[in-house]
Design a protein around this ligand. Sequence first.
Ligand code: TYD
Ligand code: MG
Length: 467
Amino acid sequence: MAKRSLSFVCQSCGATTLKWAGRCESCGEWNTIQEEQQASGIGAGPKTASRSKGRVVPLVGLSGETKEAPRIITGVAELDRVTGGGFVKGSALLVGGDPGIGKSTLLTQASAHLALQGHNIVYISGEEAVDQVRLRAERLGLRDAPVQLAAETSVEDILATLEAKKGAERPHLVILDSIQTLWTEMADSPPGTVTQVRASAQALVRFAKKTGTTVVLVGHVTKDGQIAGPRVVEHMVDAVLYFEGDGAHQYRILRAVKNRFGPTDEIGVFEMTDMGLREVKNPSALFLSERSATAPGSAVFAGIEGTRPLLVEMQALVAPSPLGTPRRAVIGWDSARLSMILAVLEARCGVKFAQHDVYLNVAGGLRINEPGADLAVAAALISSLSGVALPLECVYFGEISLSGAVRPVAQAASRLKEAQKLGFGQAVIPDGNMKEGSKALGHVKGLEELGDLVANIAVSAQKTENA
Ligand code: TYD
Ligand code: MG
């Protein structure tokens, strides 16, 4: 029997310590350290591993012939967009997301599409019985797709099954739903622990590289956005995709946060229907569809997600506060960024929010990470505070610096083109972007200072009063 050693492993970051502690010294998380038994060999470090004499590997130069990585195109356009043109053969991917968000649905649909194209697809479910997976496929109208199913959790059994398929039967794509349910005999701790997840993922990634099969690992994410336990898996795989959305909306966003074979920040937009996930070809129209006509506090931001322009409504509510420390709440944007915009508006433009609660919401459940949204947020805030609705057919973008200057952003032309496509006739943009944008829409205004925006909205307020 292999020699066993006891160690304590943080379930959040995977750090190993010799004794238990309430707080992990490595990542700072509380109550994440658990006792785990480890066979010498796995994680036992170089001291105990038997050292073999290394072999000489050939070194090559940077220049030379390289082939484009061969890909498996799923035919689900939004998924292919996020992966950068399909799954790369021999790569390993991690698809993360909250439980119930639709990971299994997405991958069942993609598997079925591929199987119908003639690819060998294996779907291994560690969470659901074969009947449940079949029921889902039936609901999705994909019952006849020749996907090969199994309900299994042992990595050894799974690898034996996959390796037994040779020649024309060799699987092209294997889906493992989910990595947290898998266990391997190589590690001695219960399923779901970091040691198990790491060892299982390692074995499967090795299988992918060795055979050229694409392996997709599904992982559940904790509330704070970490893939439960195994942050370590993120480093092992070639691409990490997150499937996100909120319970109140039907929209689901697939986002690449790491991709060795393509762009990151690219998003795919889906809508969850009772017939499964439907691709959304024109997300801007979807995110603007619920916009109310003339409410103050609403500004349309012309943003870019990856390479795709996307229009979204930023909603602000500024209301007098009874509290000593007024409330600031943000959904879908960075709260530190909101505090910064409020401070710049107060310090540089004399707009006072001190006695007011401020709420900011990105409509449609989308999350925006771009600083280019600053100007749209500022416009929504000023509009709500002054009670003046912004022009209905106007879009905003621009980054705001601490000095109150409005800085240019990338890809102004495609933002404006998208706005024009959706029937917008006006735009307020950074002066530095005027070269690209001056002719795109009927009326484009370039701003150098945030103060100009405040003055503009005040002027339109007077106009409305006089009218
Ligand atoms: P699922 O793919 O099982 O989520 P995950 O694998 O991420 O845990 O999706 C579950 C949810 O999706 C469930 O709440 C029901 C809903 N759903 C639909 O609305 N329509 C459908 O056609 C399917 C299959 C699921
Ligand atoms: Mg699932």
